[in-house]
Design a protein around this ligand. Structure first.
Ligand code: ARG
Length: 313
C-alpha cells in the first residue's frame, strides 16, 4: 500500500502532478502541481535554502522512467509569511521553470479551486496523489499512488488538530486512519472536482486514527499567485475594453476534450479566465500558450457541454 492505503494511478490520470528534485540526478523529494506552462505550485517546506535550482519531472507516472525530461527552475518563491508566526502556516511556494512545458496527454495544468467554486461538504471525497512513503517511516513508491480522503470542516479539523490548524489550511482523512498522504507527498495536489484545493503540507505521523492530513488551502493564495506569476491578471497592458476581439473558443464543448484554435492577439487571452454557463455556474479555466498563434485549453470531464456559455476574458 502506497501514499498510505492508496492505489496506482492510471497513465495520464494526474497530468498536473510533478516530482521535485534538488538536483538533476537527485532522488524524489516532494510533489507539486503544474498551474501553467511555466509555473509549479509546491509546499514551502519542500524548499531548502541552500538549493539554488530545483528540477521538475513532469509527465511521469513511474518515478525516473525518463531521466531526460526534468526541467530546471529559474526562480523559487516561498510565501513571505511561511513560518511566521506558526511553523506550517502558509506552506506554499512557486517555482518558475526555465523553459515552458509542452502540454500533452501526460502533462497539463490544473485549475485552482476558489472561494467562488462549489465547496466540498464534510465527508466529500478529495483525491491526493504522490510518490510518498507507503507507511509512516516506510519507503517511497515507484508508481504514482492515489487515495481518496473525506474532507473535514474547519470545526472538525480544529477539534482534531487544535491550534496548529489555521484558516490557511484544510484537512482530510478518516477518523479510523489507514489512508493518508505521507512523507514525500508534500507539495503535491489535493483535488476536488478536477481543481486544486490543497497542497500536501503536514500531519502527525501518517494515517493514524484521528489525525487528518493537513493541506495548504489553495483558495487563500489566488492573490499571491497572481502577484508572483501574473497568471490570470490580464497584465499584458491589454486590460482595456477596446482590445481587439479574439475569435473566441467554441462554447459548446464536449467534456474531456482539448481545444486548440488559432488566435490573433495571443497575450490578451492568456491566463485564468471564467467560462460561465446558464444553470451550470462559472468554471475558471486557464488559457495557455501552445505554439505561437494558438491557444490550448482543456475541458475536463466536469465541463458542461452546453451552448449557452460565455467567455469572460
Ligand atoms: N511533511 C510531509 C512531506 O514532506 C507530508 C506530510 C503529510 N502527512 C500526512 N500525515 N498527511 O512529504
Amino acid at each position: 500500500m502506497k501514499i498510505v492505503g492508496g492505489q496506482a494511478a492510471q497513465p495520464g490520470q494526474f497530468p498536473w502532478q510533478i516530482s521535485l528534485r534538488a538536483c538533476q540526478r537527485c532522488s524524489h523529494t516532494c510533489g507539486g502541481s503544474i498551474i501553467s506552462a511555466d509555473w509549479i505550485l509546491t509546499a514551502a517546506h519542500c524548499i531548502e535554502t541552500n538549493v539554488r535550482t530545483y528540477f521538475v519531472a513532469a509527465g511521469e507516472r513511474v518515478l525516473f522512467e525518463d531521466p531526460s525530461n526534468t526541467v530546471p527552475t529559474s526562480l523559487i518563491r516561498v510565501h513571505n509569511s511561511y513560518n511566521n508566526p506558526r511553523r506550517m502556516d502558509n506552506d506554499v511556494a512557486l517555482l518558475k521553470l526555465s523553459r515552458s512545458l509542452t502540454f500533452n496527454q501526460k502533462i497539463r495544468p490544473i485549475c485552482l479551486h476558489s472561494d467562488g467554486d462549489v465547496q466540498p461538504r464534510p465527508g466529500t471525497p478529495l483525491t491526493v496523489s504522490g510518490w510518498g512513503t507507503t507507511s509512516e517511516g516506510g519507503n517511497t513508491a515507484k508508481v504514482l499512488q492515489i487515495v481518496s480522503l473525506p474532507f473535514k470542516s474547519d470545526a472538525q479539523c480544529r477539534q482534531k488538530l487544535n491550534l496548529a490548524y489555521t484558516m490557511n489550511m484544510i484537512c482530510a482523512g478518516y477518523d479510523s486512519g489507514g489512508r493518508d498522504s505521507c512523507e514525500g507527498d508534500s507539495g503535491g495536489p489535493l483535488v476536488f472536482k478536477g481543481k486544486l484545493i490543497g497542497v500536501v503540507s503536514w500531519g502527525r505521523g501518517c494515517a493514524r486514527p484521528n489525525q487528518p492530513g493537513v493541506y495548504a488551502k489553495v483558495a487563500r493564495y489566488h492573490g499571491w499567485i497572481r502577484q508572483v506569476t501574473g497568471l490570470g491578471s490580464n497584465n499584458n497592458n491589454n486590460n482595456n475594453n477596446n482590445r481587439p476581439q479574439e475569435s473566441r473558443p467554441p462554447t459548446n464543448i464536449n467534456p474531456s476534450t482539448q481545444i486548440t484554435q488559432p488566435i490573433i492577439n495571443q497575450p490578451s487571452i492568456l491566463g485564468q479566465h471564467q467560462f460561465a454557463c446558464t444553470n451550470s455556474g462559472i468554471q475558471p479555466i486557464q488559457v495557455l500558450p501552445n505554439k505561437p498563434g494558438q491557444l490550448n485549453f482543456f475541458a475536463d470531464s466536469s465541463y458542461p457541454a452546453r451552448a449557452d456559455c460565455k467567455w469572460h476574458l
